[in-house]
Design a protein around this ligand. Structure first.
Ligand code: HEM
Length: 139
């Protein structure tokens, strides 16, 4: 008999931040995310500040990690340090359908590679997918 998939419903007491293992685990996921981007989606990586080898730079990784930690329900340090993320404005020149799909592929590789449980991945896929679609400017 196959086990029934249990869906994950986040709450203040059980945010994705905790399910992912807290700050250091999320920073490791962000490293996986940008490493996957440089390896698998070089066109997307190149839209970010990169070093000579095409790897997304440390500062960009750290800023996204800080944002992501807050977005997942952890400490709101990004907002404290950088103010409102203004995601729509920041992505104004960037995403179309193809780039949004590439971004999601990298995030799936990172979450799966880090061993995040399936129910939490399914939840994040929905939430991040909706945000990525919202940030698209062209189809
Ligand atoms: C739709 C697919 C996406 C693409 C193609 C994309 C691409 C980019 C690019 C190229 C940058 C660097 C902009 C620059 O500094 O010039 C960036 C920054 C950023 N993106 Fe995205 N992004 C996507 C989706 C998302 C999503 C879903 C989130 C939120 C979960 C997000 C959060 C951020 C943040 C927080 C920054 C950095 C802001 C900072 O530097 O303080 N992005 N993105």
């Amino acid at each position: 008999m196959t086990a029934t998939a249990v869906s994950y419903v986040p709450s203040q007491a059980d945010p994705p931040f905790a399910r992912l293992g807290g700050e250091s685990a999320i920073r490791a996921i962000v490293e996986r995310f940008y490493d996957a981007m440089s390896a698998l989606e070089p066109d997307l990586a190149r839209l970010h500040p990169c070093d000579a080898e095409g790897r997304v730079e440390r500062q960009a990784r750290d800023r996204f990690a800080l944002f992501f930690i807050g977005w997942l329900g952890g400490p709101q340090d990004y907002v404290a340090q950088h103010g409102h993320p203004r995601l729509r404005m920041r992505h104004a020149r960037v995403p179309d359908d193809r780039m949004a799909a590439a971004w999601m592929r990298c995030m799936r590789v990172a979450l799966e590679g880090a061993g995040v449980e399936e129910s939490v991945r399914a939840y994040l896929d929905g939430q991040l997918g909706a945000l990525a679609s919202f940030l698209r400017n062209r189809r």
